[in-house]
Every structure is written in C-alpha cells, then in structure tokens.
Design a protein around this ligand. Sequence first.
Ligand code: PEP
Length: 263
Amino acid sequence: MAIKGGASLNRPLIAGNWKMNGLAVSLAELRALKERLGQNPVPEVDVMVCPPATLLAQARYFLTGSTILLGAQDCHPLPSGAHTGDISAEMLADAGASAIIVGHSERRIDHGETDALVSAKARAAYRAGLTAIICVGETGEERKDGQTLEVVRRQLQRSLPNEARAGNSVIAYEPVWAIGTGVTPTPADVAELHGFIRAELGRLLGEGQASGVRILYGGSVKPANARELLVVPEVNGALVGGASLKAADFYAIVSAYAGRGGG
Ligand code: PEP
C-alpha cells in the first residue's frame, strides 16, 4: 500500500535510510523508536524506516501496532523472473514496504544507474502499489562547475515516469557532497533548490499534482541541524542516513520537525 503522498504537505515525512547496515540485533533500535513514539507521539509527522531488505519482514512484525511506516531501498524494474540476487517491488510490498527509495546517489554512482533505470524502478514501485521516493542531487564537482540546477532539472525530467503523481511519488533532494560528510548546504541554498524543484515539478506534472508532492531534504541531517533545515520553505521532510540508525537521534530529528527539540 502506498503511503499518502498527495494532499500531505502538511504532514511531513521523515524517512530513515539504513543503507547496508543492520542485522537482526539492530531491530532493538526499531523497538526503541516504536517505544519512544508510543510514549511521546509526534502525530503531525509521518515516520518511515527503510532497513535492508533482509530485515523487512521481521521489522513489520516488530512494528505491529505502531504508526511507523516501512520502506525499502531499491528494487528491480520487473515483477519477477531470472534475475539472481535482485528483489522486485512486488516482493518488497509482500514483505511490508509501503515505499521504495529509487535513484539514491549511492546506486547511481556504485551501480551506474541511469535516469532511465531509475524511472523504470519508480514505475515498478507504482505497479506494486507503492510510493517511489525518487532521489536527485548534484555532486560536489557539478556544484563547483555551476551545474547544480541543470543536473537536478535533467534528473527530474528523466527519472520521473509519466505516471508520477502527488499520490505515488516523493522527491528527495540530496546533494551528493552532503551525504555522510557532516557538511550541509545553507538553509538559503536548500530553499533555492526546493523552490526550483517545485517549479520543475509544476512543468512536468502540472501545478495541481506538483503542489502535492512532498520534497524531502537529505544529506547529513542530524539532531543538531534538523530544525534549521526542516523549517526551510518547500522542505516537506527529510531522508536521513547515518542518524537514522540510532533510535534516540532519529526520534530527536522527528521531534525537531514538530518544533519540540532536536537542538
Ligand atoms: C542518505 O544517504 O540518504 C543520507 C541522507 O545520508 P546521511 O544522512 O548519512 O548524510
């Protein structure tokens, strides 16, 4: 089932991307997050955790009775077949995911994923009834060369399928140079990029759809900087890597968005 993508700008989404981290023992962090959110709920925020695919089914079990959503980190474009080692969107839905991250820069860089492949993967997510969290963002070199807007525009144009709608898609703006580095763009830079992405979405999807698509910021979001990044206009949540691995940090980011802490 897709998460509510449309008509949801008033409900920010904070999604944690565990990447290739997490063994069964790490589910204790998920339990701790569930307990914190149970004791001190943040009902105005949608909270999602994207563990490795190996933990999805167990995570679903751990999250019974919780509002925490589960997401996956990647999928194959096809529903099934002879593709050793790959996992389809349908399988991820079956394991409990409500969304799939596609086009993360680590996949674009490590696996040479093209915009066309990212688009096919987003379409696979839709086919399985899931939300596609489509990542875009420039490298440090592209930024130095003044190509940021051009790169992000091209990625949006080519990575978003024609079927992209507010109800099935979330965009994550993740400047590659900010991922895992502790360095973040200034709030003014984030505002510029998110405004630019909103305008591009308007051109691609039409204003009606574009105005309902959540645009997340990702790249070194931590409890200490969450509030200043998340209150920027057109920032509708965050995609969080490293700081999502510890329940205490992730909870602090979620509550920072709701204006209740986070440094
Ligand atoms: C990410 O990889 O999606 C990410 C935002 O990572 P980090 O928060 O660790 O920079």
